[in-house]
Design a protein around this ligand. Structure first.
Ligand code: NDP
Length: 449
């Protein structure tokens, strides 16, 4: 008789956990997985996918406006919030179903309960206990909000995706991915939007030129960005909420949303009982093979606070399953991961920022191009595209490529391949541009800035 109920038990059925479970089962392991919410996790249920559907929704108003310059006379712009949310929810339900059938098709047993570690081989699931040879912690993260008076009035991205009606005015606190993406969504859907950040510019960690350009374009588009300001209290009023700040300014809004980062979802997970080490944010500390301080317990995805991106979690899960159950060892590579922010205009980026490249390599050559996209030569819309290459002078290697402007996320994927391959500026230049596109600028920037 087998010593344990399962060869592998996964806690958390998000993108990373599901991938790991399916691949391990494909290698012949007896696999179970538990989920306390809905199978699909942050990305599918309350993150990337519903968010991007709302980004699409928010773009139509400006598309209708732009259409006039191209001869169209759009009909009245009626917008039905509940139809959007219902349609979005229908698609999320469909994807949830796809994930469920992926698990059952792979022969993975799903237990729809919260899992808590009792010891290094035992998981408690709503009153019953299972045992497993290997455990994988893939519980993701959860929005974090500062503890200021009245914080209970604020919502996070979780609730923002489920609003019953559209607010007239929103205050969004935070300058990261989620805050700028939702600022674009609400503004595009006709909501008076204020974004409050504690720093000088949005998107700490991104290339400075890109950060500044995005901020300027969002302001020009009508989003108010209040920088160097921290909210200190939220008070309910007859009309909505009043938010006090450390600069003395107050902001009135119908809805206050905090997007001030996410924490690993490890509270009450029993990690101490199993002896698993966590860092000061509660993230599971893992090695390059995603192994925790306890030899048979692994962790992948946002709970490890490495790169909180779905495709990274999926790779970590796949590498874990191949390595531990498939006798095919490999490691997820966290270098030069391209990423996009679905702000308006969006950002696509691959490789090092100028500041990172200077810190690592000293001198760098910078190539930049800023232009009005062809589409807006007719519309006259004040929207610009900025592209930037960071190049190592001696080798000519392109260390970073950054873009803010229409289609940047789509373009960044190809740039990511070039940078991963170690492409040089000369190789970029030897590539014939595709005309007329914005992307061709990346192969036609001749002189360093
Ligand atoms: P981020 O870490 O990206 O941003 C958090 C923001 O909150 C920062 O602007 C930060 O300011 C600010 N902040 C933190 N603490 C406070 C505080 N006490 N008071 C005021 N402001 C504060 O977190 P997000 O929640 O936006 O996103 C979490 C992660 O999810 C991202 O890092 C990303 O990895 C992932 N994600 C990816 C997406 C994509 O791929 N398109 C989309 C959405 C999320 P400061 O910069 O000054 O520290």
């Amino acid at each position: 008789m087998a010593r344990y109920d399962y060869d592998l038990f996964v806690i958390g059925a998000g993108s990373g956990g599901v991938r790991a479970a399916r691949i391990a089962a494909g290698h012949g392991a007896r696999v179970g997985i538990c989920e306390q919410s809905r199978v699909g996790g942050t990305c599918v249920i309350r993150g990337c996918i519903p968010k991007k559907l709302l980004v699409y929704a928010s773009h139509f108003a400006r598309d209708f406006e732009d259409a006039r310059a191209y001869g169209w006379e759009p009909a009245a712009n009626e917008f039905d919030w509940s139809r959007l949310i219902d349609n979005k929810n229908r698609e999320i339900d469909r994807l949830n179903g796809v994930y469920l059938s992926l698990l059952s098709g792979a022969g993975v047993e799903l237990i729809e309960e919260r899992g808590v570690l009792a010891d290094a081989h035992t998981v408690e699931l709503g009153g019953r206990r299972i045992t497993a040879d290997k455990l994988l912690v893939a519980v993701g993260g959860w929005p974090w909000m500062p503890d200021i008076p009245g914080i209970g009035h604020a919502i996070t991205s979780n609730e923002a995706l489920e609003l019953k009606s559209r607010p007239d005015r929103i205050l969004i606190v935070g300058g990261g991915y989620i805050a700028v993406e939702f600022a674009g969504i609400f503004h595009g859907l006709g909501v008076e939007t204020v974004e409050m950040i504690r720093a000088e510019h949005l998107l700490n960690g991104f290339d400075d030129d890109i950060r500044i350009e995005l901020g300027e374009q969002m302001c020009a588009d009508g989003v108010e960005i209040v920088n160097r300001t921290n909210p200190t209290a939220i008070e309910k009023t007859n009309e909505g909420y009043r938010v006090a700040t450390d600069t003395g300014r107050t902001v009135e809004a119908d809805l206050v949303m905090f997007a001030t980062g996410r924490n690993p979802n490890t509270a009450g997970l029993g990690l101490e009982a199993a002896g698993v080490a966590v860092d000061d944010k509660g993230a599971v500390v893992v090695d390059a093979e995603s192994r925790s301080s306890v030899g048979n317990i692994y962790a992948i995805g946002d709970v490890t606070d490495r790169l909180a991106l779905t495709p990274v979690a999926i790779r970590e899960g796949h590498a874990f399953a191949d390595t531990v159950f498939g006798d095919r060892p490999w490691q997820a590579d966290h270098a030069n991961v391209p990423t996009a922010v679905f702000s308006q205009p969006p950002i696509g980026t691959a490789g090092l920022t100028e500041a990172e490249a200077r810190a690592q390599w000293g001198e760098v050559d910078i190539y930049k191009s800023r232009f009005r996209p062809l589409k807006h030569t007719l519309t006259g819309r004040d929207e610009f595209t900025l592209m930037k290459l960071v190049v190592q002078p001696g080798s000519g290697r392109v260390l970073g490529a950054h873009m803010v402007g229409a289609d940047a996320p789509e373009i960044a994927q190809g740039l990511g391949i070039a940078i991963k391959m170690g492409a040089t500026k000369a190789q970029f230049d030897a590539t014939v541009g595709i005309h007329p596109t914005a992307a061709e600028e990346f192969v036609t920037m001749r002189e360093p800035a």
